[in-house]
Design a protein around this ligand. Structure first.
Ligand code: GDP
Length: 439
C-alpha cells in the first residue's frame, strides 16, 4: 500500500540537515520534497500545499530535544498533519433504526457490489440480522453477483429480477426486512461507467424516498484524482455520509485516500483491500498515516490476528508441542491461520520497518503454495512422523509435488529447526508463553 509515497517521504525527511533548531533555511528544501512526493502520489496540488504549509509552520522554531533527531521530530509532525488531513479520528456508520437502511452508491466497477457483500459479512459476524437488496435493475448479472455473495456470507438477498422500478424494489425489500425481523437493510444500487444524469436522478430519488440512516459512496482508489472529482459530483447531489475506498491492495499511489476528506469534507469510513469477503477494514486516519510513513501499524496487525485466531486450534497445537508431536499436518493448519489474516505483504507492512524492506519482494498467498504442495504429497504417516522421510521418500515427494529435492530438503531442515526449538522451549517449560508471543 502506497509503497512509492512511503519511500519518497522517507527520502524527503532524510534531507533535513542541521541540528538544534529547525529553521526556515534548513527546512525549506525538505518541505519542497515532501510536497513533490504528495503531488506525485496524485494528491490534489492545493491540498498538498496546505498540508506542507501546515507542516512548515509547526516545524519552524521547534527546539529539537537531544533525544530525537530533527528528522524524527519532522516525521512526528508530518504524521500529525497527514492524520488530520484524513479526518483525524475514525468515523463510524450509523446503524440505528428499525430497520437501519444503508444505501450504497458509486460508479460501475468501483467495487460496490463486492463491498455490499463484505459489509453484510462484517455486520453478520457482529451478530446482526442483515438483508441485502439488489437494486441494480440494468444489469441482471449484478443481481446474480449479489446473490452469490449473499450465499457465500450466509446473508439473505432480496431481488425482483423482472421489476424495473428500483424504488419499489427497495421499499418491498424494507417491508420484507420488517416482516422477518432483519435490523439492517443494505441497498446495492446501479452504477454507470461515468457520472450521468439519469443515474444521479435515480440514486437521488432513492435517497429522498428511503431516507437511509447511512449513505455510502464507494470509489476505486486506483483512479486517483478522478476518484476525488467523482466524489465531489456525487456529494453535491447526494450529500452522502461517508466514503468507502476500494482496491487499496493494488498499486495505488495514495492520492485519493489523502485528498478526498479535504475536498468533500466527508470521512472515509471503510477501506477495502482485496476480493475476499473479509478484506474490509475500518479507516483509521492515524494508523494509515503511520503506514504511509513506514512506521508500521502494529495495532491493526494484532486486531487481525485476534479476529483470525482460533482458540481451540491453538490449544490443540499447544498440546502437541508439549508432547513433542508437532507434525506436518499441524504446520499446514498454522499456514491456514496465517492466510486467514489477509494479504501477507500488507500484513508484513504493519510491522515497523518491514514495509520498506519488502517493497520489491513478492510475498503473497502463493508463496505458501510449494510448501503446501510438498506437505500434501506426503503420506499421513509421514506427516505425523517426519523422521520416516528418508532420501527415496524425498525424491517421491518432490516428484509428486512438482518441486525439487532441494526444496523438499529445505522444508525438512526448517521444520526440523522448528521442532528443535519447540523441544527446547518444552524443556524450559515456556512453550505456552512463547507461542502466545508468536501469535
Ligand atoms: P460494482 O460494479 O461497483 O458493483 O463493482 P464490483 O463489486 O463488481 O467490483 C468490480 C471488480 O473489482 C470485481 O472484479 C471485484 O472483484 C474487484 N474488486 C472489488 N473490490 C476490490 C478490492 O478491494 N480489491 C481488489 N483487488 N479488487 C476488488
Amino acid at each position: 500500500m502506497f509503497d512509492s509515497l512511503s519511500v519518497k517521504l522517507d527520502r524527503a525527511i532524510k534531507t533535513l540537515k542541521g541540528q538544534g533548531k529547525i529553521s526556515e533555511i534548513n527546512v525549506a528544501s525538505t518541505i519542497k520534497e515532501i510536497r513533490r512526493a504528495l503531488v506525485e502520489a496524485d494528491v490534489n496540488y492545493k491540498v498538498a500545499k496546505e498540508v506542507t504549509d501546515g507542516i512548515k509552520e509547526k516545524a519552524l522554531g521547534r527546539d529539537v530535544l537531544i533525544a530525537v533527531s530533527p528528522g524524527q521530530l519532522l516525521t512526528k509532525i508530518v504524521h500529525e498533519e497527514l492524520t488530520s488531513l484524513m479526518g483525524g479520528s475514525q468515523a463510524d456508520i450509523n446503524i440505528t433504526g428499525d430497520p437501519a437502511v444503508i444505501l450504497i452508491s458509486g460508479l460501475q466497477g468501483s467495487g460496490k457490489t463486492t463491498f455490499t457483500g463484505k459489509l453484510a459479512n462484517r455486520l453478520k459476524k457482529q451478530g446482526r440480522q442483515v438483508l441485502l437488496v439488489a437494486c441494480d435493475i440494468y444489469r441482471p448479472a449484478a443481481i446474480d453477483q449479489l446473490k452469490v455473495l449473499g450465499e457465500q456470507v450466509g446473508v439473505e438477498v432480496y431481488a425482483e429480477p423482472e421489476n424495473k422500478n428500483a424504488l419499489q424494489i427497495a421499499q418491498n425489500g424494507i417491508a420484507q426486512a420488517k416482516k422477518t425481523g432483519k435490523k439492517i437493510v443494505i441497498v446495492d444500487t446501479a452504477g454507470r461507467l461515468a457520472v450521468d444524469d439519469q443515474m444521479m436522478a435515480e440514486i437521488e430519488g432513492l435517497k429522498k424516498s428511503l431516507k437511509p440512516t447511512e449513505t455510502l459512496f464507494v470509489v476505486d482508489s486506483m483512479t486517483g484524482q478522478d476518484a476525488v472529482n467523482t466524489a465531489k459530483t456525487f456529494n453535491e447531489r447526494l450529500n452522502f455520509d461517508g466514503v468507502v475506498l476500494t482496491k487499496l491492495d493494488g498499486d495505488t499511489r495514495g492520492g485519493a485516500a489523502l485528498s478526498i476528506r479535504a475536498v468533500v469534507d466527508k470521512p472515509i469510513k471503510f477501506i477495502s483491500t482485496g476480493e475476499k469477503m473479509d478484506a474490509i477494514d475500518l479507516f483509521h486516519p492515524d494508523r494509515m498515516a503511520q503506514r504511509i510513513l513506514g512506521m508500521g501499524d502494529v495495532v491493526s496487525l494484532v486486531e487481525k490476528a485476534q479476529e483470525a485466531f482460533d482458540q481451540q486450534e491453538a490449544d490443540r497445537i499447544n498440546k502437541k508441542i508439549r508432547k513433542n508431536q508437532f507434525g506436518f499436518d499441524d504446520f499446514l493448519s498454522q499456514i491456514d491461520q496465517i492466510k486467514k489474516m489477509g494479504n501477507i505483504k500488507d500484513l508484513m507492512g504493519m510491522i515497523p520497518g518491514m514495509g520498506k524492506a519488502l517493497k520489491d519482494v513478492d510475498v503473497d498467498d502463493d508463496s505458501f503454495k510449494p510448501i503446501e504442495a510438498i506437505i500434501k504429497s506426503m503420506t499421513p504417516k509421514e506427516r505425523e512422523n517426519p523422521d520416516l522421510i528418508n532420501g527415496s521418500r524425498r525424491q517421491r515427494i518432490a516428484k509428486g509435488s512438482g518441486t525439487s529435492v532441494q526444496e523438499v530438503n529445505n522444508l525438512m531442515k526448517q521444520f526440523e529447526q522448528m521442532r528443535k526449538m519447540m523441544k527446547t522451549m518444552n524443556k524450559m517449560g515456556g512453550a505456552k508463553a512463547a507461542l502466545g508471543n508468536m501469535m
